[in-house]
Every structure is written in structure tokens, then in C-alpha cells.
Design a protein around this ligand. Structure first.
Ligand SMILES: Cc1cc2nc3c(=O)[nH]c(=O)nc-3n(C[C@H](O)[C@H](O)[C@H](O)COP(=O)(O)OP(=O)(O)OC[C@H]3O[C@@H](n4cnc5c(N)ncnc54)[C@H](O)[C@@H]3O)c2cc1C
Length: 646
């Protein structure tokens, strides 16, 4: 296939001059929209520097869709600037001195993702008459659990910005998921999904975006795209290769056998704590290659899969993390069946919306019904109303958290945040940090060395979630598959979800109507000899240093390469693209995160078990395996730890 480099002619061929949903922020000069200038140093210097972009323009952020989340997709330019200012010591400057305290609260929660919302739920459960303030730096609450919305041919189509899937009624339900589903009144027993009325090819669709990447692959109509670049063969689709034991998959007999052993072995590690500690002190790569004795090609096959759920590859993720993520060879449980995996139209924003409605009944217009909670606009004015027990203040970037006197003797904590061009300070009897470790270690100015050192061991992986709206998916239908995997180029996987029915909105699956393809893109740099920290820096550099147009070009090239032969019209079929860039998408649990070598607590433990005075830590990262229900439960646990101060 012709390699498309950035030139006027190739951009025209790729349809970059076509009118799609990005024109409202880009001017007509496409060629001027090359890479954005950053203060970032060359990758080799990144290992010494914590560099962040200095200049972030609209050419970087891009189109945000329609609806309440249109100004908030992934990390916003303002958040990057604020993080940069924290890193550069802004809070030590004269500008940050002498800010008066403007309000008093019983509790302040930093972060309005699911852990912050879970903290607020526990807070009002204990005493609805006390007052708490959630501060979140995005224009909308939810953190990773937010939606994108496209308007295509008079239809609104939603897609997740990050977190998309949850399970219900499975053998490995988290107790916390069930608890919150029941508490919030989510009608999980009654979900229904759109079907294809006419489906002679018997195409099977997943209900969410993860199971098809590996775990439930054989239940879904899935194709692997292989070509010269990936497997030294002519470009072709190999459909559902596991179904006939990889007979058609272009690998040697030895690698084929090793892949099958990896997937189907029944020789599993035990589940006692000693074995867990053993697993947590080796990488998953070592487990595959040294314990199972399999070829490195198996590790390479597993790298993008584990990275899609944990951000990095097998060479830095612990084997115990792989077990928690259900990876083959190490996780004894049966994979969760596709019918028990769910996704709201906008992903786990459905839970964020249920939480906010529960905490602040006027936060979403309309009734307390599933349909209204999912579909009615947010009532932004109600979020921060003085009469609320829980106030939620958006666009508020917390820059500093510190005890007024030495922790232990202090009667309260000061929280300084930046909102609407101004620094503000509030006083609280206690504070929950429901933000991430990467920022907590910088903004808690009296953080003890023990906690700082623990946080310094946390590694964070960037993720890009690119939602590509299509006017039709006839070209995918022609292939007869609904999920797609490839090696090399942009991303590695995408699929079409069955649309969940919400109230009277009951979409069907029709290849001539619009749909959104969601690409989960990690920046794993496995098997190149880099440490997790180096991989994190390199990945962040790559994620942040490209312009919107750079990504649009890559997406178009990739789709043309895979789908051009089945009728994809690169100039006509794409209706809009939204990029959600997450600089610290996942915490990546490296060996020792959960357990030390002797089976004692791992390096993350102190953050969870030991509050710092009146400040406790309630974000999803401390679980290692980040998931919506446990995230909310960690927020609740953190409230319990400091409640005696309220
Ligand atoms: C790409 C991706 C896909 C995922 N898919 C799934 C999935 O399918 N299912 C699932 O259950 N989980 C998934 N997760 C995991 C998800 O992160 C957790 O389930 C959960 O939503 C995390 O909640 P949280 O509140 O701990 O963190 P976040 O959602 O990150 O929320 C933290 C909030 O705090 C804000 N914040 C940070 N610093 C500050 C500051 N200084 N001042 C003010 N606010 C601040 C952040 O901007 C953010 O809004 C996914 C994660 C990623 C990255």
C-alpha cells in the first residue's frame, strides 16, 4: 500500500481536506497544523526531566463533539498548564502568597472521578448534615468515566472517553460493583441491546470494548489483520483464529503451539498469599518465558493486550497484576461471558451520572429514572449550590494541600485551588485525595517522606482513546466481522458495540446508519530495555507531542490500510473524530506493588493504610487494578480513615 507521508497531495487523498466534525476549531490551513511546539526535551532527556507541554493550542486539543462534555475530552489544555505550573514551583512564588481563606467545610475531596464521588457517597451516608466540597479540574465530573457525543445525521451517538465496561452477575463480580449498582438503582437486571434485524452472516457483536481484545474473542466475530509488516505475508484477514487452533494464523508451528499452551494451560498458580507474593515479584514476561517456558513471541502477543488494561507491556507489569487482569496462563478463573459484560452508551459515565444524581438530586434535569439520568442535560448550576450537603466545583485545579499546623497538632487543612483565573483557599477539617499519585506527591506540601517515596515508585501509563464517528459501517459489514486487531501502525484494536437500550431510545444495528469506532491506544514500549519510568516518559512524550491533525492522519491511514479493500471511503465515511488524551491513564503495577519479596505489604500499601494527619488517600490507583466499583470503595475507605476529625 502507498505510504502516506504528510504532504498536500497525500493529505487530500486521505480526505484530510474533507468537511467533518473538526472544522469548528481548525482554520483552513491544514498544512500549517503540523506538530505543536512543546517545551519538551528530546526523548533521551526525558528520563531526567519531568517535562510537560508549555504551549497547548486548539490544534492540539481538537474537536469535542456536542452536549455537556464537548469542552472536556481527556486532559484539557488548562489542566496541562496547571500541572506545569505546579511542577515549576508556582506555589512558592509571591503570586501564591497571602491568599485568604474564603470558605470552611467539614471535608474537601480533591478529584471528582468515581473515587471522589464514592467518597462523597460515604460522607453523606455517615451524616447528611455535614458539608463537603468536591474540587475537580475538568469542566465536568467523572474523571476517566466521561462520554463523548457526536451528532451525525440528526442522531446523537455516544462513546466512552475512557472507562467503558462493567460486569454483572458473573462468577468474579466485585462485591463493590454490586453494592453500588443496588444503592444507585442501576437497572442492571433489565439491560437490553440492539440487534441486527437482518443478519445472514450471523455477525456477533460485543457489548463493550474489552472482552473482544482477548478474553471473549471466540464468542465474537473478530478478525486479525496481518500483513508484510506484522507477519511477512500479503495483507489479509484471519478471522477468529483461535477457533481452529490458530491453523490459519501465520506463525511457525512452535510459536503456534506455545500460543495455544499459553491460552489453554490448566496448570495455574495457587491462590494463597505466598504464591501471590511470588507472582508479584516477577514480571509477567518472566512468568511466560521462564516459568511457562514459552517463546518470546507469546509475550509480544500479550503486550498490547495487557497494555490496553494496564498501560504497559509484560516486561514491566507484575505477574500478579496479570492475574488480576485475567491474563492467560496465570488467572485460573473462566473469562467472563460476553453477555455479562456491559457498557452504557457513553461508557462508565453512566455510573458517574448515577452517583451525582444520588448526591445532588437536582444535578441532572428530569426525574430519578434510568432514562433521565442517562440522557437529560446536567444542571451545572445545582452542582455547587450552597444548600447542598455535597457541593461539586468544576474547573478547579487544586495546587496545594497542607495542614495549617504540623500534622498531628493541626485543627484543619488548607486547600488552595485555581479557578477562573484566580487562586482561592478553603479550610477543611479533613481532606480526601481522590486524585492520582502523580499529582498528590507534588501538591501536598507537607507530605512525609514515607509517602513521597512510595508515590515515587508508582508508574503511570498514558492512554489515548480516539472515537471515530462513521456515517455508515457497510465496509465493516462486508468483512463479516465486528472486532478488529492488527499489529503496527495506529492502535491495535477496535470494535463495534451492540448499543444499549436506554428508555425509549432503542437503536438497532444497521450497517447503513452511523456508528462510532473506539480505538484504545496504549504507548507501550515493551522489550526495548526501558524501565517502567522510562516507558512512561516516552509514552507521555508521544501522546502529547502530536497535533490533532497528526492523529487524524494516522487514523485515516490505518483505516484505509485495513478497510480500503472492503469499500471504506476514506474521504466520505468518517463523520468526526474526538481525541481523549490521558497523560496518566493507568497506574502500572510493577513487581512489588502489592507484596514485598517476603510476602509483606508492597510499596503501595502505606498510601492506602496510613493517612497523613487529616489527609487520606482514596484514589483507584491504590488498588492496582483500576475498576469503577473498587475506585468508589477506595474513596469511601478514605473517608472512614479521617472521619473522627469531622
Ligand atoms: C483508557 C482507560 C480505560 C478504562 N476502562 C475501564 C473500564 O472499562 N472499566 C472500569 O471499571 N475501569 C476502567 N478504567 C479505570 C478507571 O480509571 C477507574 O475505573 C475509575 O474510573 C478511576 O476513578 P478515580 O476517581 O480513581 O480516577 P479518575 O477517574 O482519574 O478521577 C480523578 C479526578 O481527579 C481529577 N484531578 C486530578 N488532579 C487534580 C487536582 N490537582 N485538582 C482537581 N482535580 C484533580 C482528575 O482530573 C479526575 O477528574 C479505565 C481507565 C482508562 C485510563
Amino acid at each position: 500500500m502507498e505510504e502516506f507521508k504528510s504532504s498536500k497531495k497525500s493529505d487530500r487523498l486521505l480526505g484530510l481536506n474533507q468537511k467533518i466534525d473538526r472544522r469548528d476549531f481548525l482554520n483552513s490551513s491544514l498544512l500549517g497544523a503540523g506538530s505543536i511546539l512543546y517545551s519538551m526535551s528530546a526523548p533521551s532527556l526525558l528520563f531526567a526531566n519531568e517535562s510537560l507541554p508549555n504551549q497547548v493550542t486548539n490544534n492540539w486539543y481538537g474537536y469535542g463533539g456536542v452536549g455537556d462534555s464537548k469542552t472536556s475530552h481527556g486532559n484539557t489544555p488548562d489542566i496541562l498548564k496547571a500541572a506545569h505550573a505546579v511542577r515549576d514551583g508556582f506555589m512558592n512564588s509571591d503570586k501564591a502568597k497571602g491568599i485568604p481563606v474564603s470558605e470552611d467545610y467539614d471535608l474537601v475531596i480533591v478529584g471528582g472521578g468515581l473515587s471522589g464521588l464514592g467518597a462523597a457517597q460515604r460522607f453523606i451516608e455517615k451524616d447528611p448534615n455535614k458539608k463537603c466540597l468536591i474540587l475537580d479540574n475538568h469542566p465536568i465530573f467523572g474523571g476517566e468515566a466521561k462520554r463523548n457525543e457526536f451528532e451525525i445525521e440528526d442522531q446523537i451517538i455516544q462513546a466512552p472517553q475512557g472507562s467503558n465496561s462493567f460486569y454483572y452477575n458473573t462468577q468474579i463480580d466485585f462485591d463493590e460493583d454490586r453494592k453500588y449498582i443496588e444503592l444507585l438503582g442501576v437497572p442492571a437486571d433489565d439491560f437490553t441491546y440492539g440487534e441486527m434485524p437482518n443478519n445472514p452472516k450471523k455477525m456477533v457483536f460485543a457489548q463493550e470494548h474489552y472482552d473482544v481484545q482477548l478474553w471473549a474473542e471466540e464468542y465474537i466475530s473478530k478478525g486479525h489483520f496481518v500483513d508484510e509488516q506484522s507477519h511477512d505475508v500479503k495483507p489479509q484477514w484471519v478471522n477468529n483464529p483461535w477457533k481452529n487452533n490458530l491453523k490459519d494464523y501465520p506463525v511457525s508451528d512452535k510459536i503456534r503451539q506455545d500460543l495455544l499452551t499459553w491460552k489453554y494451560t490448566t496448570k495455574m498458580p495457587a491462590t494463597d498469599n505466598k504464591t501471590k507474593a511470588w507472582l508479584d515479584n516477577m514480571t509477567y514476561k518472566d512468568y511466560i518465558e521462564k516459568v511457562m517456558g514459552l517463546d518470546e513471541a507469546v509475550t509480544k502477543f500479550a503486550d498490547p493486550v495487557i497494555a490496553s488494561a494496564g498501560g504497559m507491556g509484560c516486561d514491566v507489569m507484575s505477574a500478579y497484576t496479570a492475574q488480576l487482569l485475567g491474563m492467560y496462563g496465570v488467572a485460573p478463573d473462566e473469562p467472563i461471558k460476553p453477555e455479562n459484560r456491559h457498557s452504557f452508551p457513553g461508557g462508565n459515565d453512566g455510573f458517574a451520572r448515577h452517583f451525582i444524581k444520588f448526591l445532588i438530586p437536582n444535578a441532572i434535569h428530569g426525574k430519578n429514572s434510568f432514562q433521565d439520568i442517562m440522557q437529560k442535560p446536567i444542571n451545572f448550576k445545582a452542582l455547587d449550590h450552597p444548600d447542598n450537603s455535597v457541593r461539586c466545583r468544576l474547573n478547579s485545579n487544586v495546587m496545594d494541600v497542607t495542614h495549617v499546623n504540623k500534622a498531628g497538632n493541626s485543627e484543619s487543612v488548607h486547600v488552595t485551588y485555581y479557578n477562573n483565573g484566580k487562586l482561592n483557599k478553603v479550610n477543611a477539617k479533613a481532606v480526601i485525595m481522590a486524585s492520582g499519585g502523580w499529582i498528590n506527591k507534588h501538591i501536598i506540601s507537607d507530605l512525609p517522606k514515607t509517602h513521597y517515596d512510595a508515590y515515587a515508585k508508582f508508574n503511570h501509563a498514558p492512554m489515548l482513546v480516539a472515537n471515530v464517528a462513521l456515517t455508515n459501517w457497510r465496509f465493516l459489514h462486508k468483512l463479516g466481522i465486528t472486532a478488529y486487531q492488527w499489529t503496527g501502525g495506529f492502535g491495535y484494536h477496535t470494535n463495534i458495540r451492540r448499543p444499549m437500550h436506554v428508555g425509549s431510545d432503542k437503536p438497532i444495528l444497521d450497517p447503513d446508519t452511523p456508528i462510532v469506532l473506539t480505538f484504545y491506544v496504549s504507548f507501550e514500549k515493551a522489550n526495548l530495555g526501558y524501565t517502567a519510568q522510562q516507558q512512561s516518559r516516552l509514552g507521555q512524550y508521544e501522546l502529547l507531542s502530536k497535533s490533532y491533525m497528526d492523529y487524524e492522519r494516522e487514523i485515516r491511514q490505518q483505516m484505509l490500510k485495513m478497510f480500503g479493500g472492503s469499500g471504506f471511503d476514506v474521504k466520505k465515511d468518517i463523520a468526526g473524530i474526538i481525541l481523549n488524551r490521558w497523560g496518566h491513564g493507568y497506574v502500572t503495577p510493577t513487581p512489588g506493588f502489592f507484596f514485598d519479596k517476603n510476602g509483606g505489604p508492597g510499596y503501595a500499601d502505606i498510601i492506602k493504610t496510613t493517612p497523613h494527619g487529616r489527609i487520606s488517600f482514596g484514589h483507584s490507583e491504590v488498588r492496582g487494578y483500576q475498576h469503577w466499583g473498587p475506585a468508589a470503595a477506595e474513596g469511601g475507605r478514605a473517608v472512614d480513615q479521617v472521619y473522627n476529625y469531622l
